[in-house]
Design a protein around this ligand. Sequence first.
Ligand SMILES: Nc1nc2c(ncn2[C@@H]2O[C@H](COP(=O)(O)OP(=O)(O)O)[C@@H](O)[C@H]2O)c(=O)[nH]1
Ligand SMILES: [Mg+2]
Length: 330
Amino acid sequence: MFSIFRRKKSGKGIESTQVRPVEKTGADPLEQRLARTRTSLGGLFSLIRGAKAIDEDLIEEIETTLLTADMGITATTRIIDRLREGIKRGIVTEPSEVLPAVQAELYDLIEPCEQFLAVDTEKKPFVILMVGVNGVGKTTTIGKLARRYLDEGKSVMLAAGDTFRAAAVEQLKAWGERNDVPVVAQQSGADTAAVIYDALHSAKARGVDVLIADTAGRLHTQGHLMQELSKVKRVMHKIDPEAPHETMLVVDAGTGQNALAQAREFNQAVSLSGITVTKLDGTARGGVLFAIAAELGIPIRFIGVGETAADLRPFDAGTFVHAILPVGDE
Ligand SMILES: Nc1nc2c(ncn2[C@@H]2O[C@H](COP(=O)(O)OP(=O)(O)O)[C@@H](O)[C@H]2O)c(=O)[nH]1
Ligand SMILES: [Mg+2]
């Protein structure tokens, strides 16, 4: 929508179209939470300020900055190629036009991944299966999601499918008690698929709107654990052929290119329908969202920018791009 080329076609030129943020700046704007990633791209501003003309050195320095911000090779190459093309075609002629062009390309790249997770309350329950490696924020995200759906007036049930550690079951149960949300659990060591099967059965009987199932952290290299996820899906199908309605991978932005590798591998093993990227508040590696978008194109459902429920935000491409590269915001 905002690519430099499509803008040219509309005949309006670079300056005429802005990638507009949806979220208004308030007491706690997203920009503050994403300060570190913004800093990692901040060098672009001084590069441009210091540039008298668009030359090869400038383009290479932009490329390095994008790579350093964890955008990855695929995304960076695409942006740089398109920038070069724009220069060749005379669309980008002045240094001052470079950053709006980069911003437009960032937006163009990631906008297709802005696909809000619409919970269909006709499905009772709408089932969300959470997967990912250890410590990325799966259980925390479940709490935040549950809070969101409760606030929307939906009924929620949780399944303590991380039966690996007793503490994991306790963590979910404690959260359920505090928030008056039923949690289906068995003793640690129980079969994850059995726990989730029970939960789905019970959620269906009670007419619950949303069932969110936790699972133990696993590495894609642990073949038997990846197969366990397929089994979870198989047993769900016995009750509801459409469940899970969402298979959501949670990745920690701070792991950079590892998060991309996790997305790739989990997608191959269990076919993801969405991704939540957590801990964007504490890292300069937020560029990894573009790496995921460029390589996999999986919907980015939410971003985690802190530890409270309000810190789980639906992914909004315009707001995100502006928060990390505030061009045209003055
Ligand atoms: N700063 C920050 N911390 C987070 C975020 N999401 C999760 N965490 C923290 O990450 C840690 C691991 O989370 P947990 O949900 O237990 O991970 P799990 O092993 O995937 O279930 C906890 O200390 C969470 O508070 C986030 O968006 N920002
Ligand atoms: Mg957990």
